[in-house]
Design a protein around this ligand. Sequence first.
Ligand SMILES: [Zn+2]
Ligand SMILES: [Zn+2]
Length: 360
Amino acid sequence: MKAVRLHAFHAQPVIDEVPEPTVGEPLDVIVKIGGAGVCRTDLHIIEGQWDAAMGTPLPYILGHENAGWVHQVGSGVTNVAVGDTVILHPTPTCGLCRACRAGDDMHCVAAEFPGLSRDGGMAEYLRTSARACVKLDPQTRPADVAALADAGITAYHAVRKAIPLLYPGTTCVVIGAGGLGHIGIQCLAALTATRIIVVDRNPDALKLAEQLGAHHTVVGDGGQVGAVRDLTGGAGANVVLDFVAEQGAEQDGFAMTGRAGSYFVIGYGGQLQIPTLDIISTERNIIGNIVGTYNDLAELMVLAQTGRVTLHTRTYPMEAVADAFADLDAGRVPPGPNIRTPQEGQWPRNCVSVTKRASC
Ligand SMILES: [Zn+2]
Ligand SMILES: [Zn+2]
């Protein structure tokens, strides 16, 4: 089969001919890939940023946001059957450890991460496990939803955790209306009654944010902390969801958080420097977020399949994967609804969905 493999850091991945994956364990599932998302994590992988944490031997197949159709199942698989349309939780988990039994998939002691710790889904076929498969309406086109498997679930997970804090009368700031943020705004609008303020440097992203449910938008031109203070009567926000968390956004995010408020770190790359006195005297919380649970993904798919969360992505055939990486890196993925190539209804067998500016 054809697959997009990384051979060396700081070099473009290439399309190789490799053997198809096969069922090894009883709970293995082989999925015929219909769409694989590209996000900033792929760019960070290419730059070698994940090498120290993962140590995955090169070459290997990229692609950690995957959806498609069940192609083959192991002898113990009962929850999906050949032909089912599925989106995949990014980490096949053991199901037996303390974290798995609590439904806390991301902290499974034996989890794998296809696309980071082993071969991923930018290929014709991917090996995953029964536990990772979320069954979808058979009409769903995998390339339309693939990016929900990481970018989407990450945004949903943070919003889901924040729900008890976002009762009517509260304010939530969203920093970054890109790949993750634009999903986060829709989840906030669907699940809470909070007032939503969106901060982004890009005026086009703010226009999209307004269409998706933002009540106020703030251009991140240097005056954003003051603007949020003004919009909240000087108090700051109850919750800040920071989908950027680098290049200074992280300091702004904490500064926008009001007394007893919560600053959710979702993007990554920056550094927080805060006097501990400021944390205790105001009782502000700093909350880390990594991807999400299987149930988060299943719930998000209900929102997606009822039209309450829509993805704004662009799709490329697998052969054009280099263009997808380059366009994402250069910020050339335009806002707008899913752009389909080639014609509607003639879905390429293997395509890559690129979320606008995801940093999951
Ligand atoms: Zn486990
Ligand atoms: Zn991702």
